[in-house]
Design a binder for this molecule. Sequence first.
Ligand code: FAD
Ligand code: NAG
Ligand code: NAG
Ligand code: NAG
Ligand code: NAG
Ligand code: NAG
Ligand code: NAG
Ligand code: NAG
Ligand code: NAG
Ligand code: NAG
Ligand code: NAG
Length: 540
Amino acid sequence: MPSLLRLVTLLAGASSTAALAIDHQLQDRKAAASVSTSTCRKTKVAVLGAGVAGVTAAQALANASVTEFLLVDRNDYLGGRVAHTTFGKKADGTPYTVELGANWVQGLGSPGGPENPIWTLAKRYGLNNTYSNYSSMLTYDQTGFVDYTDLMDTYDDAYDVAAADAGFLLTNNRQDTSARAGFSLAGYKPKKDMHAQAVEFWNWDWETAYAPEDCSFVFGITGDNLTFNQFSDENNYVWDQRGLNTFIYGEASTFLAANDSRLLLSSTVTNISYSNTGVTVLLEDGDCIEAEHAICTFSLGVLQNDVVTFEPELPRWKVDAIETFEMGTYTKIFMQFNETFWDEDVQFFLYADPQVRGYYPVWQSLDAPGFLEGSHILFVTVVGSESYRVEQQSDELTQAEAMAVLRSMFPNITVPEPEAFLYPRWSLEDWAFGSYSNWPVGMTLEKHQNLRANVERLWFAGEANSAEYFGFMHGAWFEGREVGQRVAAALNATSTKGKGGHHNSTQMTRYEVLHGTTDLKEYNFANGWPVSSFVDYADA
Ligand SMILES: Cc1cc2nc3c(=O)[nH]c(=O)nc-3n(C[C@H](O)[C@H](O)[C@H](O)COP(=O)(O)OP(=O)(O)OC[C@H]3O[C@@H](n4cnc5c(N)ncnc54)[C@H](O)[C@@H]3O)c2cc1C
Ligand SMILES: *[C@@H]1O[C@H](CO)[C@@H](O)[C@H](O)[C@H]1NC(C)=O
Ligand SMILES: *[C@@H]1O[C@H](CO)[C@@H](O)[C@H](O)[C@H]1NC(C)=O
Ligand SMILES: *[C@@H]1O[C@H](CO)[C@@H](O)[C@H](O)[C@H]1NC(C)=O
Ligand SMILES: *[C@@H]1O[C@H](CO)[C@@H](O)[C@H](O)[C@H]1NC(C)=O
Ligand SMILES: *[C@@H]1O[C@H](CO)[C@@H](O)[C@H](O)[C@H]1NC(C)=O
Ligand SMILES: *[C@@H]1O[C@H](CO)[C@@H](O)[C@H](O)[C@H]1NC(C)=O
Ligand SMILES: *[C@@H]1O[C@H](CO)[C@@H](O)[C@H](O)[C@H]1NC(C)=O
Ligand SMILES: *[C@@H]1O[C@H](CO)[C@@H](O)[C@H](O)[C@H]1NC(C)=O
Ligand SMILES: *[C@@H]1O[C@H](CO)[C@@H](O)[C@H](O)[C@H]1NC(C)=O
Ligand SMILES: *[C@@H]1O[C@H](CO)[C@@H](O)[C@H](O)[C@H]1NC(C)=O
């Protein structure tokens, strides 16, 4: 087919598809219009999601005397990814409580310095917690115990060089790279040395839920600095039997009554339509909410998986940010035995598999001093591609794989089968679609800001939106507070300007066009770019 004709045919095809799409949109509009908004519950602010970010946003509204809000969540509890369950049994036959999601307060605070707000709250509610001692660790491979802890020092030395290098790139506006490249440049190249890979996993992937190849060098290191250098380098593991979300219930009770009609649990949001005058939220059960503003705190995974339909579709600059940021998965696999066959004084056991990096690598004992002593509970954590693999397979298969690893770690011990076995499937939960976010190569600060920015009267908050503390509970807390305060200010601005009034200062910064680092002039012969209509070969 001659190219011109083909082009015309393609265009014709495209336009008929476009016409269909428009037709579809019109139908959707009619459907939306058919929801009689007069029957919707009316409120000033619809806070969507009752995890750390949502509860904190609602508290910020209440603190600003905005008491007309609804707090909506599809789960039947407060806390979202701060979630626990019962597991195994104690000597008296009652079960233990274990955390399926967030577990550590990461970076506490130092005298005179800033304090992690989650640490403030953990202390306020007296949550039982214990310092994770990363030196209380033994190393293993397929032959059993092998001491390769000297590689920890090698890694630490390279990390210091890499961290300074990342700091240089940031402050001098140099191009970002992957953490893999950054570590290699600093001299840490694990390649096929599986002990060195295990050490790198322990120090990097275990926190980010991604391999260094998948992580921004500058923002990965900055994120680590902002939490562990700013607050403190301590990680405290919460083993409180009331559950970690006790602090979320505690804070919620400062502004919600026990039977508060502003709290809508077990309510799934399916559609959000927004404009510069308000937001209408449809729930799965057919109910709807009409609000002046809405704050969406759904996880990055939920946004990436099109669980909720936005009307109109979110703009390209917003969708690009959502699709670029990464949602990682971190899976804790719990086992309770009838005895403690491992060293009961040790907190961690690191396994280096001979073939697969990250194969059942980090084992943690809850039997160690200061934790759930006498519990005989051990859990192993996998992340990233191993999480996806393990979460898609049966408990039986995962248990068999994990037990084979344990038996190779302890070849001279008859390791019994566990009496209780359990793990969550974060990558498959349709209210989370993963565990927490991670900053990939290719995400600039501006593109990340687009993840945060409001679209008309629809605002966004949540862990992933924190440029400083993405991935952490405290990231969700700071973002929830800021957006709650911004919406309170926007309501004030509206009330002084009348309905529909816009107060520009309340709008969040966004970048509708993001520029690369390569100027058009640089797409030239000297840069290896000869095939181009805008390069004159005679000049090259
Ligand atoms: C396995 C794991 C380990 C972690 N470890 C740590 C840790 O040790 N330390 C740490 O600081 N952080 C940790 N985190 C991260 C921490 O849990 C999160 O950063 C934080 O809890 C996120 O809070 P959020 O409010 O942003 O999101 P969420 O907690 O996800 O809250 C969003 C809420 O929206 C609701 N929702 C979603 N879709 C809908 C819908 N369609 N309709 C209605 N409601 C909906 C969800 O039910 C959820 O309650 C971990 C997370 C996981 C999963
Ligand atoms: C809600 O979203 C669904 C799924 O995309 C769509 O089919 C439906 O038309 C929407 N409902 C309204 C009232 O807009
Ligand atoms: C709301 O005010 C209380 C009391 O001053 C404070 O403890 C809490 O941190 C505030 N919440 C937010 C989100 O700012
Ligand atoms: C951490 O564990 C190591 C190794 O067992 C030990 O020497 C050290 O004293 C412990 N540190 C703390 C703070 O408990
Ligand atoms: C296991 O036993 C063998 C033979 O007794 C011994 O050589 C080996 O060191 C032991 N391994 C461990 C990990 O204790
Ligand atoms: C991280 O902190 C280290 C130590 O303070 C510093 O040298 C480095 O420049 C910081 N890097 C970044 C990217 O913030
Ligand atoms: C907290 O720890 C104390 C001391 O070990 C213990 O007695 C108490 O039962 C624990 N409480 C909870 C709720 O875990
Ligand atoms: C909620 O509880 C309070 C007392 O705790 C009571 O006075 C009030 O009537 C209750 N409201 C509803 C709607 O049940
Ligand atoms: C644990 O179970 C194994 C068999 O599965 C048994 O050999 C062992 O004696 C038991 N340990 C205790 C402390 O009961
Ligand atoms: C709203 O306006 C009132 C009156 O001007 C002011 O006192 C209050 O601080 C404002 N609140 C916010 C959140 O801006
Ligand atoms: C406020 O924003 C609108 C568009 O959003 C723009 O046209 C207008 O110039 C802005 N006003 C000020 C004072 O910045």
